[in-house]
Design a protein. Structure first.
Ligand code: GLA
Length: 705
């Protein structure tokens, strides 16, 4: 008689069945089931019968199949014992339930390998957390090759992948793929989370922004990983995510264990917005450090305004100009330390550059504080340039293969963070920097791929990342008030394990607002807006060369954690006025944007829409914009989902109205004084705003009357 267990959270239930000797099976991961449902019925309803030309007895899609033993798809788990014994088979299964956590223990009695699978469901949001720990209780070394964090048998409706790819300055590129025969997989070997990120959606193909069934799966790990979906010729289909291990990277000597990173997943029956509805409150309540400052301060970051060309005087000028716009935090980017004048030298030497700051950073910080702002600074602690004192003193501290070339990227090498003495040295330098200066914020960067990922001639990619986590944890414990941003050449280190240590991410080096509409849209599938750094960059944009009006740039940046990166001293009077206005609007509405529910969708004719709705549904702020020319002159009405149907809302369109679009406005006077509509009209009919021209961006404020 199988044993059945369920765990519930939010609108989701997760049900498994297991015989004592059989493989555990997933019976349900989906809508919350009634409390009194008989779980045996689900099993009876979906049990498969015998098939021709298959192993005798059904081979169910189990929750953690090893390679072999009749499961012919991608295994959840594989490896080999020293001596070559690779025949693994779970011979016993035990299930224990602790609150809304299930612990399933699988044992191979012959080799005495044991896998402990942990599944927890968050009570509020229904987000599932899954991980595995592999124990070697036997007498021989076990070379682990693969251990999934989550191995998810998929229902028959889940036939489409919505994945993300991307590269430097072009992150957040969605792609769709039909799962027919065979596998789709993405293996990240960059040593960072990677520009494509570590989230994908498996859904029914008719699912969209607001409707349809979907699973979102996120690998919370800042290093090498593999995402995959596999369809067998039988039609059985699974999705699986886990750390990607190099051959020989994990050798479990008798008595030791390996714990995988955690994967998170959710079920949605309201499309991509259902995914965000689960993940946003989950990230806010369970992932982000408690010390994330609230409200999120407006940043100025020196990078695009100054690059490597600054001194104490010019930074003070920049700070004064930024403060006059309403900026609340001044972040000094790259170039402030030990002879760093370009990207060829000095990483590893975290001492204030005496040439630029004769009296250290304190006079600048004092100036910044005097303007009512706090102070942040850029660091890249995991790196070293060959042209640095650190490298000259400790050339063996970088990740390298003995007697081999040391290939650089951006002229730098990766420090071996798996070594305690390396971490100790970096900690001491950062600790001194933070102890000596009133620094509220670190922009923590990581600008290269990890190759070759070896330590003492042994593959060590995962250990190096664990070393970085340990360094971050120690630094955060020593300086709990310091906030950290995760940046890796832009958006190459955005994952929920990093976000346990960072309060926000820098999703792309591109501040081009047209690119940012897409980049921020996809970053916010899982992340709430307040964690997504969004800066107003210069025009023309330094990366794309595109010129964009200030109102458009500022509106796109408002829907994130707002910052300014353009040089505030060089703004025209008009642009300055527009930027000031939007910084004020951001401050007025950030409480709403950073706590409420957020929905994104495309209007019937492809305008990008985003609405932030307060928990009570009394107030909302929306942005509707178009980045290119519409294919029709008369734009389609934009429907606003999820407002209170029976309520009435007063709509205002905050200034400045987009240039060309406002000339096409019907009854502008009525719009200026504010109009009132029912939630049902807004949800079913929608508003027709002039949105057929490129760069039309309307801010829409809704207040229940
Ligand atoms: C990376 C970051 C940028 C900037 C530079 C400084 O590219 O993504 O924002 O900090 O490094 O070198």
């Amino acid at each position: 008689m199988p044993r059945y267990e369920r765990i519930d959270g939010g609108r989701t239930t997760f049900v498994v069945a297991a015989d004592e000797t059989g493989a555990p099976r997933l019976l349900h991961f989906g809508v919350r089931l009634s409390d009194d449902i008989d779980l045996r019925e689900i099993d009876a309803a979906i049990q498969a019968g015998p098939r021709e030309s298959t192993p005798d007895g059904p081979v169910p899609t189990s929750l953690y199949p090893p390679a072999g033993m009749g499961w012919l798809g991608e295994p959840a788990f594989c490896g080999v014992h020293a001596g070559g014994d690779g025949a693994l088979a779970w011979s016993s299964t035990a299930i224990e339930r602790r609150g809304e956590t299930l612990i399933i223990t699988l044992t191979d009695k012959r080799t005495r390998l044991r896998a402990s699978l942990t599944y927890s469901i968050d009570a509020e949001t229904g987000v599932l957390a899954s991980k595995a720990t592999i124990f070697n209780d036997g007498a021989t070394v076990f070379r682990l090759q693969q251990a999934a964090s989550l191995f998810l048998p998929l229902p028959s409706w889940a036939t489409e992948i919505l994945g993300l790819t991307g590269d430097w300055s072009r992150e957040g590129q969605p792609f769709r793929l039909t799962l027919g025969a065979g596998a789709w997989s993405h293996t990240n070997r960059t040593g960072r989370t990677g520009f494509p990120g570590s989230t994908f959606v498996v859904r029914e193909p008719t699912s969209g922004d607001l409707t349809g069934r979907a699973f979102a799966i996120h690998m919370a790990w800042s290093g090498n990983h593999r995402l995959l979906a596999d369809t067998l010729s039988s039609g059985q289909r699974i999705a699986s995510v886990g750390v990607h291990l190099a051959p020989g990277e994990v050798e479990l000597v008798p008595g030791t264990s390996f714990e995988t990173p955690t994967a998170y997943a959710c079920y949605s029956n309201s499309g991509l917005n259902g995914v965000s509805d689960a993940f946003h409150p989950f990230v806010r309540a369970r992932i982000l450090p408690r010390d994330a400052s609230s409200p999120r301060r407006v940043h100025f970051n020196s990078w695009e305004a100054a690059y490597f060309s600054f001194d104490e005087g010019s930074l003070k000028e920049l700070a004064s100009a930024a403060a006059s716009l309403g900026v609340e935090r001044f972040v000094l980017d790259d170039g402030w330390f030990s002879g760093r004048r370009d990207d060829t030298s000095s990483l590893g030497d975290w001492h204030v550059d005496k040439g630029r700051f004769a009296n250290g950073l304190r006079p600048l910080i004092k100036h910044v504080h005097g303007l009512g702002m706090d102070f942040g600074i850029w660091v890249e602690p995991e790196m070293v340039n060959p042209d640095s004192d650190l490298y000259r003193k400790h050339p063996d501290w970088c990740v390298h293969a003995p007697y081999a070339d040391r290939p650089t990227m951006r002229n730098q090498l990766w420090l071996d963070m798996s070594r305690a003495e390396v971490r100790e040295h970096v900690f001491e330098q950062l600790h001194a920097l933070l102890a000596e200066n009133a620094i509220a914020y670190l922009k923590w960067d990581c600008n290269r791929f990890q190759f070759p990922a070896v330590s003492a001639n042994t593959p060590a990619a995962a250990r190096i990342i664990h070393g970085t986590y340990a360094l971050l944890d120690r630094l955060r414990a020593a300086h709990p008030a310091v906030e950290i941003e995760s940046c890796a050449s832009g958006g190459a280190r955005i994952d929920l394990e990093m976000l346990k240590r960072a309060t926000r991410v820098w999703p792309s080096d591109s501040t081009d607002a047209i690119e940012r509409v897409r980049i921020q849209r996809w970053a916010s599938l899982v992340l709430p807006l307040e964690t997504i750094g969004a800066h107003v960059g210069p025009s023309p944009n330094p990366i794309t060369g595109r010129e964009l009006p200030m109102a458009f740039r500022a509106r796109v940046a408002m829907f994130g954690h707002l910052g300014v990166e353009t040089d505030p001293r060089k703004l025209t009077a008009e642009d300055r006025k527009t930027l000031l206005r939007h910084i004020a609007l951001y401050k007025q509405y950030r409480g709403l944007m950073h706590s409420g529910r957020q929905l994104r969708w495309q209007s019937d004719d492809g305008a990008d829409a985003l609405i932030c709705i307060s928990a009570s549904t009394d107030e909302a702020l929306a942005l509707v914009c178009r980045t290119g020319v519409a294919d029709r002159a008369e734009s389609a009405p934009v429907r606003f989902p999820s407002l209170a149907q029976g309520a009435r809302y007063r709509i205002t369109l905050p200034d400045p109205w987009p240039d060309i679009a406002q000339r096409r406005m019907n009854d502008p006077e009525a719009w200026r004084s504010g109009r009132t509509f029912s939630g049902q009209v807004l949800g079913e009919t929608g508003l027709r705003l002039p949105l057929s021209d490129p760069l039309a961006a309307w801010l829409i404020h809704l207040q229940r009357v």
